[in-house]
Design a protein around this ligand. Structure first.
Ligand code: UDP
Length: 331
């Protein structure tokens, strides 16, 4: 069975990717430092290496032991807001950690990598939709740390013969429709899981970070893509690069093409849960781009990917169903 090294595979998105890889006939090998991930987020039959991508020896041992044919690289710090307070950690983990991984891959002649990139790369624009030809202008160190990795990988492709796709995620949301895994950050900072915790009475309501943006209701707009669709995109990207023989690099947006404001999402969370949790207005969160909506056309043309879930109600309903069936795990 073809082995795929999944860094950060015990995290929210990673655990969904492992399910898709297994369903598609691959053997995921997970390497995770468990700083945000959970050992029990992935099934016990998946080989697991408890290690950090900054530890080159651990990476070398992992490549030697498992000889993966490709890497899906997700291990990273992900909170854009936090990156405004602790930029050094983001450059250390995301940028130098990725460099370390690329060097280990080069040394062990594993040259295929699907990279978790981000819509945060686009920063603030006044565009209704973002496509991959736009220049990278990240608003925060999180986006910049990822943009730097895209640049490094492009060079490794052009000059060391790597094949790679960087998937620029918009806002991952929802949970496995069969409730096998879901979102479990600690502390939680993302909008939908926080709203669901508020609905469950585990938080004193939800604060909207900024109500005076230049949008129809004054709150930020994001493109919420179902995590199950996001996971499918990784398998398609993997198949795309492993089917090639020449060096290859491309960046692909993974989003639905539809935007929802913070206020709209909160109204949908109230509707799905049937609970009128309190909502209040608060100051803007520094580093927040006002609007991020994907143009998903390239994902469709290059990878034959289209989102299966386009109604945010359904996405939120899956997140809520996971929360309700695993309340302790989700907190
Ligand atoms: N947000 C908010 N209140 C919260 C958490 C998030 O208003 O308690 C807003 C946040 O400012 C952003 C949007 O919700 O405009 C999505 O934020 P999230 O942290 O979920 O994802 P990001 O877009 O930062 O990756």
């Amino acid at each position: 069975m073809e082995k795929i090294l999944v860094t950060g595979g015990a995290g929210y998105i990673g655990s969904h990717i492992c399910l898709k890889l297994q369903e598609s006939g691959y053997l995921p090998v997970v390497l995770d430092n468990l700083s945000n991930g959970h050992r029990d987020a992935i099934s016990g039959d998946i080989p697991f290496v408890h290690a950090d991508i900054r530890n080159r020896t651990a990476l070398d041992d992992t490549f030697k032991k498992f000889q993966p044919t490709a890497v899906i690289h997700m291990a990273a710090l992900i909170e854009a807001g936090l990156s405004m307070q602790e930029p050094a950690s983001f450059y250390e983990v995301n940028t130098t950690g990725s460099f370390n991984l690329l060097e280990a891959m080069r040394h062990h002649e594993c040259r295929q990598i699907v990279f978790s990139s981000t819509a945060a790369i686009y920063g603030n624009t006044n565009l209704d939709m973002l496509d991959e030809t736009l220049p990278a202008q990240p608003e925060n160190p999180y986006g910049r740390s990822k943009a730097m990795v895209e640049t490094m990988i492009a060079d490794y492709c052009a000059l060391y013969g790597f094949r790679s796709i960087a998937l620029r995620y918009f806002n991952a949301a929802g949970a496995d429709p069969s409730r096998r895994t879901g979102e479990r950050h600690d502390p939680e900072t993302h909008l939908i899981p926080l709203a669901l915790l508020a609905a469950a009475g585990r938080r004193d309501g939800l604060k909207i970070f900024g109500n005076d943006y230049d949008t129809p209701d004054g709150t930020c707009i994001r493109d919420y893509v179902h995590v199950d669709d996001l996971a499918t995109a990784h398998v398609k990207a993997l198949e795309h690069i492993t089917g090639k023989t020449k060096p290859f690099f491309d960046c692909v947006n993974i989003g639905t093409g539809k935007g929802c404001s913070v206020r709209e999402i909160l109204m949908l969370c109230r509707e799905v849960t049937g609970i009128e949790f309190p909502i209040s207005d608060a100051a803007r969160r520094p580093g927040d781009p006002v609007k991020l909506i994907a143009n998903p056309a390239k994902a469709n043309s290059l990878l034959n990917w289209k989102p299966k879930y386009t109604d945010p109600r359904e996405t939120i309903a899956h997140a809520w169903a996971y929360y309700c069936s695993n309340p302790r795990k989700s907190e």
